[in-house]
Design a protein around this ligand. Structure first.
Ligand SMILES: C[S@@+](CC[C@H](N)C(=O)[O-])C[C@H]1O[C@@H](n2cnc3c(N)ncnc32)[C@H](O)[C@@H]1O
Length: 510
């Protein structure tokens, strides 16, 4: 599969954007809370996979040290990743298309691991497909892939998944985040208006006008844009995020089902879904047992599920990527079943590192604070500091050192059933940590009978007064750029109105 000139053009535009606006561009001196990124740890994905009774990645003990590939790492992610790995023997290949991101990343890494044992990391500033082709030629394999917020920006994600499959070993795990296109539909429409206005992120005046338009929309449509335009978008220091959201040259609006099919076509199965915002509380624990595509699509369509798709995947051991004729019957029967009864996980970290190294990592992580996310839900906010810290240490013991957890540990304090369920959904408690069948079933169960849809799918009509204000703002900007025309005005207003469309209308427009 060769890269077409059109694909090259897309990749070049994406590279220019991130070279000018490195992402997420946290200041070099910022002190980030790495414990917050606990799902970034390869040990998390592995423990989850093993807990679900799935095979270990790379069961061959004679295989070289464990390796992870970070795809489109931006300027920060690999530093967090390294904190969850070093000092364990673990090779990290950190890839990003933008040189600016990689340059900032290596500086952050040097600062973060100053006077400490440096992580074993190789930086690769180039298109992921080029890198994968080199890895395939050299027969390089990876045990874990980190791919957060990247696939939907690629010129040809199917091709990338096809190449990725060739650098996997049976059971390779992957953390993947792709956009929820329905929830981001409004954002796409506003981006199109910016394009009609010929605004570019490279001109500070244009960025200022783009923000002004958002503010105006929030004021004119408080029930729709008002609920979505966030204060962070207005701050100058968040320009890289603003540009990433509204000026991206490539955002593929693929549905959950399309991503799932693409993954499966290339041998990856989804093993868990991270429901960060608690929008799937009427379903059994989606992290321990991924919902069906219909369950997700129904909730996406009526805006009950607005978060991005944060997925944990695994490369299916039996899958042969080079087979042109795929065995579809096998793929169907290998759909995940509800994992029961739970099995003890054997953490793969143990295979390639010494107990001493694991112990150092475990002790180092024990000193980090409990992730704030764990106590940010109504059900968990009242858990005492002592109890949640104990849960944090149990989590680290299990995922880093494979310590066996007695299920009684979760029962001895007065933690409500709903709180335990929430902790299970965000991976603070993983299946193998709960060997007691009754407790396991309790944590797996839905938290609510049903979930409310939002009122976003009420189409907003544009009142005459608001239309006039919009026309005034747009005309002023078109004049500034010397591009004033009736057609542009009408097109922009149509897009703004379209941005408030509900789910029914949406399907015919995406
Ligand atoms: C939205 S950012 C996500 C960054 C990072 N994963 C995070 O979550 O902070 C997308 C990243 O993907 C990178 N990227 C986009 N296209 C790429 C490609 N073809 N090859 C490698 N990286 C790419 C961009 O340079 C950018 O850093």
């Amino acid at each position: 599969m060769q890269t077409t000139p059109a694909e090259k053009g897309i990749t070049q535009k994406v590279a220019s954007l991130y070279n000018k606006f490195p992402f997420p561009a946290y200041p070099l001196w910022a002190r980030l809370k790495w414990s917050e990124a606990y799902t970034l740890a390869p040990s998390f994905s592995e423990y989850l996979a093993k807990s679900l009774g799935l095979d270990l990645p790379n069961p061959d003990k004679s295989a070289p040290a464990k390796r992870s590939l970070i795809i489109g790492s931006g300027d920060t992610q690999a530093v967090g990743f390294a904190h969850w790995v070093a000092p364990i023997k673990h090779e990290i290949v950190c890839n990003d298309l933008a040189h600016a991101n990689i340059k900032r990343m290596s500086r952050k890494m040097a600062k973060s691991f100053w006077l400490r044992k440096k992580p074993n990391i190789a930086y690769e500033a180039r298109d992921i497909n080029d890198l994968l082709r080199s890895c395939i030629a050299e027969n390089q394999k990876f045990n874990h892939l980190e791919c957060y917020g990247v696939l939907h920006h690629l010129a040809a994600p199917s091709q990338t998944l096809h190449l990725l499959a060739k650098v996997c070993v049976p059971g390779t795990t992957m953390r993947l985040m792709v956009y929820n296109p329905t929830a981001r539909y409004w954002l796409g429409q506003v981006s199109k208006v910016f394009r009609i206005m010929k605004l570019t992120p490279y001109d500070p005046d244009d960025l200022r006008e783009a923000r002004h338009l958002l503010q105006l929309l929030a004021k004119l449509f408080p029930l729709y844009y008002g609920k979505r335009v966030r204060p962070w978008m207005m701050k100058r220091e968040n320009t890289p995020h603003f540009v990433d959201a509204f000026f991206h040259p490539r955002v593929l609006p693929l549905s959950y089902l399309s991503w799932k099919s693409k993954l499966e076509e290339n041998g990856f199965e989804i093993i868990g879904l991270f429901d960060r915002n608690g929008e799937l509380d009427d379903l059994p624990n989606p992290l321990w047992c991924p919902p069906t595509p219909d369950q997700i699509e129904d909730r996406v369509e009526d805006f009950r599920f607005e978060h991005n798709f944060e997925l944990f995947c695994r490369y299916k051991p039996q899958f042969a990527p080079n087979n042109t004729e795929q065995d579809h019957s096998r793929q169907k029967t290998s759909e995940l079943k509800t994992p029961s009864p739970p099995k003890m996980a054997i953490n793969h970290l143990q295979q390639n590192s010494t107990l001493k190294e694991q112990d150092i990592l475990y002790k180092k992580l024990m000193r980090t604070p409990v992730p704030q996310l764990w106590t940010s839900y109504s059900e968990t906010q009242n858990i005492s500091h002592k109890t949640i810290t104990r849960f944090w240490h149990l989590f680290l013991g299990a995922t880093i050192c494979n310590l066996e957890i007695n299920a009684q540990e979760y029962k001895q304090d007065t933690v409500s059933q709903q709180a335990l369920r929430r902790l299970g959904r965000i991976g603070a408690i993983l299946p193998s940590m709960v060997t007691d069948k009754t407790l396991y079933d309790e944590i797996m169960a839905p938290m609510e009978k049903s979930m409310e849809g939002s009122d976003y799918n009420e189409k907003q009509s544009i009142p005459v007064k608001s239309r006039k204000k919009l026309e005034y703002f747009l005309s002023k900007n078109f004049k500034r750029k010397n591009i004033l025309s009736e057609k542009r005005l009408n097109l922009s207003i149509a897009r703004i109105s379209q941005g408030t469309l509900g789910s029914q209308e949406l399907n015919s427009h995406t």
